[in-house]
Design a protein around this ligand. Structure first.
Ligand code: ATP
Ligand code: MG
Ligand code: MG
Ligand code: MG
Length: 562
């Protein structure tokens, strides 16, 4: 591509963007905002997207998943079948057609794919079957301010698998898990899979793939000594209950009057040292049971306490409720340390969290009337709720530390949640009807592009990994007015293209300084500079990432780059 005629509107500065990937992609002329969370992918970004999609397609095809394309416009009746038309929450984009018939713009496609398969597949003999699509999704996100990291319109790869038994689901889940590992590795991401919140839906069968980055909205607890890693999102069981309180929920009894303060104020109020507070949950103050939740970062004895809840004090209605909510045995007088609490809960085996909200990840995944022990394991809920930097790992006792991450992928054993609701059945070997057992597997395609930029940049611009770079070679003619430079550059351009290298040729009549600044910003991995030494038959090759340069004879360039 000749840069003179390319749509790559670079900018020296941008004001509105917070995230580095957002800034750099705006500056590199890759994206432009049309509305909050709605972006145009300019040609450079589209090339990267296409490469990421190619990687995904190859790895999906390799595990036998078939690509299709489902509609983005869904009749609301489908969503009513699963209850999500009412429950998905404000992220669901709803609209009406000219006949006033309600539709939604798909934020995800469990309903649509289940509808297809219930009509087309009726015997276990066709199973397992995996289907995927790469498509624009719509979610009216609350804070779409991070560029491609959180769009209201964004590109997702979503896959769905259908099975006649759990063993088959487990196998396919593992295939997807492995394929995801290959995909994110090929994209050049530094990432890891972590245990995610499953609420009561799929038992322990859900993992998120997290790209490490301080720009990430998720906080991952990781063990120094074993492979334990979990998203602390799943700790927000009680915290989300407070949020839910603000919406009318008639079936819930009001159990608490939360009041909030700084951790010091709460500490003074309860007459409990701060360090005990952050490790504890339940106190009895003057005979009144009190629940303390701590949020935010606090320095306690030089230990940074991260991602706990805002210090809030809930005076609970009665001790019975406290017992139910916290799992403390009746007559128990606090404070309770984290580890004792886990023990108490484990001993009690079943703790009812009736009326509390579980599965904090997505609005529709918040479940009411869930039982700990029956619907999810006790330590899974509790261990992260009050965990602090340096705490013991719930699996091996090693040290826990925290790191921020961007959720780039999510795999989930759905079980029969959708098939049961939608009456989607197959005949089993005994000729009996049973609901499909399902899995779903998502990847944020456009989010990956931004995540790569978050991880691959320096003070001058982006430093694309080779496999996803928009072009692999940036050929620069330093001075297009110099006939020899222009001629050699033009010849090299033809030659490199013949060799099937992807070349961006900076043939603009710009000053050298402008060209080099832009080249650094765009971050194409290899730069070939045709400058003053071309008279001696010499050009320069530079690696964008390391800055390593090498002078080389013009005739050797193509061979060197192949
Ligand atoms: P998040 O927790 O970031 O809101 P999610 O858990 O709601 O994401 P999923 O429903 O698991 O997202 O969707 C599958 C994948 O789609 C996610 O793992 C993520 O990579 C991507 N994704 C989700 N929401 C967005 C968005 N608003 N913009 C870009 N990518 C997104
Ligand atoms: Mg999430
Ligand atoms: Mg979300
Ligand atoms: Mg998710």
């Amino acid at each position: 591509m000749r840069q003179k005629h390319a749509l790559i509107p670079t900018l020296r500065t941008v004001s509105e963007a917070e995230m580095i990937s957002h800034q750099l992609m705006l500056r590199a002329g890759m994206i432009r905002q049309l509305a909050a969370g709605v972006y145009t992918y300019l040609p450079l970004a589209y090339r990267v997207l296409h490469k990421v999609e190619t990687i995904i397609r190859e790895e999906m095809d390799a595990i036998g998943a078939q690509q299709l394309l489902l509609p983005a416009l869904h009749p609301s009746e489908l969503w009513e079948e699963t209850g999500r038309y009412a429950n998905y929450g404000p992220e669901l984009v709803k609209l009406k057609d000219r006949h006033e018939r309600p539709f939604v713009l798909g934020p995800t496609h469990e309903e649509v794919i289940t509808d297809l398969l219930r009509d087309e597949i009726n015997s276990y003999k066709k199973l397992p079957m995996s289907l995927y699509q790469i498509q624009t999704k719509f979610r009216d996100e609350r804070r779409p301010r991070s560029g491609l990291l959180r769009g209201r319109e964004f590109i997702m790869k979503d896959a769905y698998s259908f099975h006649a038994d759990r063993t088959s689901l487990d196998e396919t889940y593992q295939d997807f898990y492995d394929a995801y590992t290959k995909i994110f590795t090929r994209c050049g991401l530094n990432f890891r899979a972590v245990e995610a919140d499953s609420g009561a839906i799929g038992g322990k069968g859900t993992h998120e793939f997290m790209a490490f980055s301080d720009a990430g909205e998720d906080l991952i607890a990781m063990c120094d000594s074993c492979d334990y890693a979990a998203n602390t999102e799943m700790a927000e069981v009680v915290g989300k209950a407070e949020v839910q309180d603000k919406e009318p929920a008639p079936e819930r009894e009001k159990v608490s009057t939360p009041s909030k303060g700084t951790i010091q104020e709460v500490s003074a109020f309860l007459n409990v040292p701060v360090e005990q507070l952050v490790k504890s949950l339940l106190f009895i103050v003057d005979g009144t049971p009190v629940l303390v939740l701590v949020r935010g970062d606090h320095e306690v004895n030089d230990v940074k306490v991260k991602n706990l809840f805002d210090a809030s004090v809930c005076e609970l209605a009665d001790e019975e409720t406290v017992r139910r909510v916290t799992g403390a045995p009746s007559g128990f007088v606090g404070p309770v340390g984290l580890k004792e609490k886990v023990q108490i809960l484990a001993d009690q085996a079943v703790m009812e969290l009736n009326d509390f909200v579980v599965g904090a990840n997505e609005i529709d995944a918040h479940l009411m009337h869930v039982q700990v022990g029956r619907d999810f394991s006790v330590d899974q809920v509790v261990d992260l709720r009050m965990i602090v930097e340096g705490d013991a790992c719930p699996r091996c006792g090693g040290k826990i530390h925290f790191q921020r991450g961007i959720e780039v992928g999510h795999v989930f054993k759905l079980g029969t949640r959708y098939s049961e609701a939608m009456n989607a059945n197959v005949l089993d070997p005994q000729g009996k009807e049973q609901p499909f057992i399902m899995g779903c597997y998502g990847i944020g395609v456009s989010r990956i592009v931004a995540s790569i930029v978050e991880q691959h940049h320096d003070e001058h611009g982006i430093t694309w990994p080779m496999e996803v770079a928009p072009y692999t070679v940036h050929l620069i003619a330093v001075n297009m007015k110099n006939e020899e430079q222009a001629k050699v550059a033009e010849e090299l351009y033809q030659e490199l293209q013949k060799a099937r290298l992807e070349v961006l040729f900076d043939d603009r009549p710009e000053r050298a300084g402008v060209k080099f600044k832009d080249a650094d910003l765009l971050g194409i991995p290899v730069r070939v500079t045709v400058g003053a030494k071309v008279g001696d038959g010499i050009v320069e090759i530079k690696c964008r990432k390391t800055g390593d340069t090498q002078e080389i004879r013009v005739q050797e360039v193509t061979n060197e780059l192949l």
